[in-house]
Write a protein that binds this ligand. Structure first.
Ligand code: FEO
Ligand code: CA
Ligand code: CA
Ligand code: CA
Length: 658
């Protein structure tokens, strides 16, 4: 099967098919996809009885009460759909705060698509903004309206960024049009940004010339810390210490810590490495389990550390969670090896009641795992500096979800159970470098692509977002991943006993199974009061508001197949309306929604619009710089679409959706 119209992000989603299940059998999902394409015809055929078959008896009882109940969301739902612009609920403003190419550092030139350079990009806002974190400005008059915004720049779309280039990441193109200059721009457009922002007269703006402004990219010097630092498997020809590494890549989601630092996660780091590794190489098993090398960028041509045949250990220096102090622009980012090495989606955490810090992190690949890290030391809330290296010591565990609703957290500790030299783990360092393989041996539960895992400080519940898994077969269905060919994903809720996030056992239950509830074969399970606009598929990132409600950002609602772009759906978690979802904001065509982040007063919701202008999955050709699906947010001829951050506020003031 070919995919003529796919853009970068779609190709890369496909590449995550690597490895585990190469079956070509027709699946339930193919049936569903066909039905979705013909949904209007089929709707008549799917009567009430067919629909009821997919809804639990409890939900049917709830439906009777639906008119009596109400969600705690007070906004008028946006109509789902697809067009070149973004849309927000009536009565709200959605203002673009900063776009790809806008100045971040002094001396940055204004964005000019025909005069891009690596040197300019190093000073400008990067591409594909993903995670957003808001840190109140210390000592500010109103810290909810003046702070630092930290931003991840996950990856680049060469076909949309550069004139006359088109998609280079295919067998046919083979990076033929990539040059050193274009690669330099790509490298500088990765990583992250720190910007200082302030709300004045109701509107947010970026403070030019801020002393906190920073760009992090693929050249930023970083330190490897924790149990793996200095290990032989981290040493390269450029770094005999195994402790110093340049840069970070594919920074997807992340987290903020109570001591004021930013955790940025290295997700699909395999894409940046190229070359062929011999099966006999000592790292071959490690590489295979992570999908290395991914061969999706031309960087290896200009920098040998991305060529695995020349620097086989360089890839062991990526796949970590990186901690950055955004209040000190000269601070050296730290790759915290104690939290394991895999395709980290995010690193949201919560201060446990005993004072230890708990980080939840998903490994976003089909059939990979959910992890938890608990610090050994307690957080010193009075003295943030005392927590500086607290993430270097603690216990990393992987989750096993049982069908009876229990969860066991299995510690990844050297010497315990199968995690010994007999299985190739000479020390804790080996376990942390090959975390996935250690999880395999412990019998962790293979999940439907874990993306964000977010704890609610209000209720102590933890939400695990499973975006989709179209490779799960009927034989592989289990309690916590209940659908074969899970095209639309689901969200589970975990409950720690007595609110103890460090406990050995939790319980879990299903919050929602995603997709169109009016198509029985999809098997979605939203609350019946959810409208045709309110359902979503492919949940990815998430924010929790002060009332414990979820704000879900989606990735993959490719227009033609679902009749909707990605966006933000507000999801009720409590009471009889639990599972009710409403569309609050929708992306311009081709974009993925990322980064939802509230200010501490819940008056502003920042969202990140990633890769606007990609083509619909069913398009015949990929979208390009010359022919994008939208020119959002500028809508000017000659300007390509630009990933950007949007600040959403209520007109006249007040908390969002209250
Ligand atoms: Fe970068 Fe799993 O999304
Ligand atoms: Ca993303
Ligand atoms: Ca994501
Ligand atoms: Ca995703």
């Amino acid at each position: 099967m070919t995919h003529p119209g796919l853009n970068s992000s779609q190709l890369r989603e496909l590449s995550e098919d690597d490895g585990r299940n190469a079956s070509n059998n027709p699946t339930l999902g193919d049936v569903i996809a066909t039905r979705l394409a013909r949904r209007d015809i089929l709707k008549g055929a799917l009567g009430v009885a067919a629909m009821a078959a997919t809804v639990s008896p409890l939900a049917i009882i709830a439906a009777d009460k639906a008119n009596a109940g109400a969600t705690r969301f007070s906004f008028k739902e946006v109509a789902a759909g697809v067009d070149p612009n973004h849309h927000v609920a009536e009565g709200y403003d959605a203002d673009v705060l900063i776009r790809w190419g806008d100045p971040v550092l002094p001396g940055a030139p204004a964005y000019d698509p025909l005069k891009q350079s690596g040197a300019a990009q190093k000073l400008q806002f990067g591409y594909n903004n993903d995670f957003l974190g808001y840190l109140p400005m210390r000592g500010a008059a109103n810290p909810a309206q003046h702070g630092l915004l930290v931003v991840n720049h996950e990856y680049t779309n060469e076909e949309l960024m550069f004139p006359g280039v088109g998609l280079q990441d295919t067998k046919e193109a083979a990076f033929g049009k990539m040059t050193q200059e274009l690669v330099d721009i790509e490298r500088a457009a990765h990583g992250g940004a720190v910007i200082e922002i302030k709300r004045e007269n109701g509107k947010w703006g970026v403070i030019a010339g801020s002393k906190f402004a920073r760009r992090i990219d693929v050249d930023t010097p970083m330190e490897l810390t924790g149990p793996v630092a200095g290990h032989d498997r981290l040493k390269t020809s450029a770094d005999a210490t195994g402790r110093r590494v340049l840069g970070t890549v594919n920074n997807c989601a992340g987290g903020l810590t109570p001591w004021g630092t930013w955790l940025t996660c290295e997700e699909n780091f395999h894409f940046y490495f190229s070359g062929n590794m011999a099966d006999s190489h000592p790292e071959a098993r490690n590489y295979k389990r992570i999908g290395l090398p991914g061969n999706s960028y031309a960087w290896y041509k200009y920098d040998q550390r991305f060529d695995v045949t020349k620097e086989p250990n360089e890839a062991n220096r990526f796949g970590w969670i990186v901690e950055i102090d955004p209040f000190d622009p000269n601070s050296v980012p730290k790759k915290r090896t104690a939290l394991g090495r895999f395709k980290h989606e995010g690193a949201a955490g919560i201060l446990n009641k005993d004072g230890r810090y708990v980080v939840y992190t998903g490994d976003d690949e089909r059939f990979d795992y959910v992890y938890r890290f608990v610090t050994q030391a307690r957080v010193d809330t009075a003295n943030p500096a005392a927590n500086r290296d607290i993430l270097d010591r603690g216990t990393l565990s992987v989750a096993r979800y049982n069908a009876d609703g229990s969860i066991e957290w299995l510690p990844l500790v050297h010497g315990q159970g199968p995690l010994t030299a007999a299985n190739g783990f000479a020390s804790q360092a080996d376990i942390l470098i090959e975390t996935r393989r250690a999880g395999d041996l412990l019998g962790a539960t293979k999940m439907d692509r874990p993306e964000d895992v977010e704890a609610s400080a209000r209720t102590n519940k933890v939400y695990v977002i499973l975006t989709n898994n179209n490779r799960r077969t009927a034989a592989q269905v289990d309690g916590v991943n209940p659908r074969a060919d899970n095209r639309f994903g689901h969200i589970i809720e975990m409950t720690p006993p007595d609110g103890d996030h460090a406990a050995d056992r939790f319980t879990w239950e299903m919050l929602v199974k995603c997709g169109d509830p009016s198509i029985a074969a999809v098997g979605a399970s939203f609350h019946p009061s959810t409208t045709k606009d309110g359902w979503f598929g492919m949940p990815d990132n998430c924010a929790v508001d002060h009332m414990g409600r979820l704000w879900i950002a989606t990735d993959g609602n490719s227009g033609g197949r679902t009749g909707r772009t990605d966006g933000i759906w507000a999801l009720e978690t409590e009471g009889e309306m639990r599972g009710t979802s409403m569309l609050f904001f929708r992306c311009p065509a081709g974009a993925e929604m990322c980064g939802p982040e509230f200010t501490p007063d819940d008056e502003t919701l920042f969202v990140a619009v990633q890769h606007p202008g990609e083509a619909d999955e069913d398009a015949k050709t990929p979208a390009t710089f010359e022919n994008p699906a939208t020119r959002w947010p500028d809508f000017k001829d000659g300007l390509p679409p630009r990933p950007a951050i949007v600040a959403i506020t209520k007109r006249g003031g007040g908390k969002i959706a209250t």
